[in-house]
Design a protein around this ligand. Structure first.
Ligand SMILES: NC(=O)c1ccc[n+]([C@@H]2O[C@H](COP(=O)([O-])OP(=O)(O)OC[C@H]3O[C@@H](n4cnc5c(N)ncnc54)[C@H](O)[C@@H]3O)[C@@H](O)[C@H]2O)c1
Length: 247
């Protein structure tokens, strides 16, 4: 479905980003991965290459243009262009609002949303020059639900939806698609640090589908939004949450 497409994916060393990288490579894309966990990122790229795919790993912090810009330039030098950008890297520590420090608030905004300023400023000029492109931004269904201890997180994920909608308007005339996924409770190693098995059971009971939603479930929708199958859609927000939220 993505034969010879060139895809850039942030936060690809583990979890949802890793799953997107593996699925895109299976579908024929050349994938360029960036993560601050450079060893994990290299391991994912090596395993994709061993399986017959094409993957390149870079270490870097999505908060820094100085890390993002060389990554984008190296992808273009190696693969000739960028067709797809998936802004996935993110963090989700819990924190009560009144105990939150300014540094905790800022770190959340910088990693979860300011990062997209850097990646989009680097990638969009190339997509404009090519006259096409697909961008998928990862937000969270918590924006729709509202949840305690996540004010800094949900503020950042709401900003991702706003960014997606505004840029869909600006970039549509250039044939560049901007869509957003709002994952629900996805079973990843990072999620397990913050959500107990009992809490996961409660969330699962709120879903229409009574099973854990997996990184691959999100990756499949990301594939749809990155392929020609979604050519009639831009500026949209898709819940991948097992039917938890229905708006
Ligand atoms: N797992 C869930 O339940 C869930 C639900 C809704 C939304 N999301 C969102 O999906 C995305 C992926 O979540 P996940 O569960 O796979 O998390 P994860 O922790 O498994 O993966 C996130 C990756 O991002 C990387 N990363 C974090 N900060 C970075 C930085 N500053 N620079 C470069 N890389 C950085 C991490 O090293 C990690 O490899 C996040 O944006 C998260 O907010 C996850």
């Amino acid at each position: 479905m993505l034969k010879d497409r060139v895809a850039l994916i942030t936060g690809a060393a583990t979890g949802i980003g890793e799953s997107i990288a593996r699925l895109f490579a299976q579908q024929g894309a050349q994938v360029h991965l960036l993560d601050r966990d450079v060893e994990g990122c290299r391991a994912v790229a090596a395993s994709i290459t061993t399986a017959g795919g094409t993957a390149f790993a870079s270490g870097g912090d999505v908060r820094l243009a100085a890390d993002i810009n060389p990554w984008v330039e190296s992808a273009i030098a190696r693969s000739g262009r960028v067709d797809i950008l998936v802004n996935n890297a993110g963090i989700y520590p819990r924190q009560e609002f009144l105990g939150m420090t300014e540094a905790q608030w800022d770190e959340m905004q910088q990693i979860n949303v300011k990062s997209m300023f850097h990646t989009l400023q680097a990638v969009l000029p190339h997509m404009q020059a090519a006259g096409s492109g697909k961008v998928v931004n990862i937000s969270s269904v918590t924006f729709h639900l509202g949840m305690g201890l996540m004010s800094h997180y949900i503020a950042s994920k709401g900003a991702v939806i706003g960014l997606t909608r505004s840029l869909a308007r600006e970039m549509g005339p250039h044939n560049i698609y901007m869509n957003c996924i709002t994952p629900g409770a996805i079973k990843t190693e990072s999620e397990a640090k913050f959500v107990t098995d009992e809490q996961a059971e409660v969330m699962m009971a709120s879903q229409s589908l009574h099973r854990r939603i997996m990184p691959l479930d999100v990756a499949r929708v990301c594939l749809f939004l990155s392929s020609t199958l979604s050519d009639g859609m831009t500026g949209q927000v898709l819940n991948v949450d097992g039917g938890w939220v229905m708006y």
